[in-house]
Design a protein around this ligand. Structure first.
Ligand SMILES: [Zn+2]
Length: 65
C-alpha cells in the first residue's frame, strides 16, 4: 500500500544484463564499467524504453511476502 519508491539493491550479486557475469557493487547492476558503457550506448540508441505508466520490473521472484 505504502511502498517506498526507493529501490534498495541487495548485497547479493546479480548477473550482468549485458554479459551475464556476476555484477559488482561498484558497477551494479553490471559487472564492469565496460558493460555500463554498453548499456549506456543502448540508452543513447533508444533501445531502452522508460515507461512511466506501467511498472517496468515485474519479474521479481516472490522471495518475501
Ligand atoms: Zn557484464
Amino acid at each position: 500500500m505504502s511502498d517506498n519508491p526507493v529501490i534498495r539493491l541487495p548485497a547479493m550479486p546479480r548477473p550482468c544484463p549485458i554479459c551475464g557475469k556476476p555484477a559488482t557493487a561498484r558497477h551494479q547492476p553490471f559487472c564492469s564499467a565496460r558493460c555500463t558503457q554498453i548499456d549506456l550506448g543502448r540508452w543513447l540508441k533508444g533501445n531502452y524504453r522508460v515507461e512511466t505508466d506501467e511498472p517496468a520490473e515485474d519479474s521479481e521472484e516472490p522471495a518475501e511476502r
